[in-house]
Design a protein. Structure first.
Length: 124
């Protein structure tokens, strides 16, 4: 028996298709792209996921013919940064959470972070 993907996995697949696209896509175009990459998803499933992502304010949409065309409001990296901020906001102690985060970094990542912080400090 095939295992069903979770809502989060399906949302991630849809977001990946939209991020990889150079323009807004209709539900049919998203469905075609997903079915080419992975496995068959029903049009209604794709439509439901797109509406949910739009309601979460992760997508913009514009009328295109009898359908809407959807596009992400943020890049992958911008969304990752936003999620990191949300997690920090929910922590009891932002500084402690940041310390734990940095402790989990490789030396290379920590060096890159230090460089980013230095560049930011110089711009101010």
């Amino acid at each position: 028996m095939a295992q069903r993907a979770s809502r989060g996995e399906l949302e991630a697949q849809v977001m990946d298709v939209l991020w990889d696209a150079e323009e807004s896509l209709t539900p049919r175009e998203v469905q075609t792209a997903i079915n080419t990459r992975r496995r068959g998803l029903a049009y209604t499933t794709v439509m439901t996921i797109l509406v949910r992502l739009w309601q979460k304010e992760l997508l913009d949409r514009e009328p295109r013919g009898r359908a809407f065309a959807y596009r992400p409001v943020a890049t992958r990296d911008e969304l990752a940064a936003l999620r990191m901020q949300e997690i920090l906001d929910k922590s009891g102690d932002r500084l402690l959470a940041l310390n734990h985060f940095v402790d989990g970094m490789s030396r290379r990542e920590a060096s890159q972070l230090a460089r980013v912080l230095d560049e930011r400090k110089q711009r101010r």
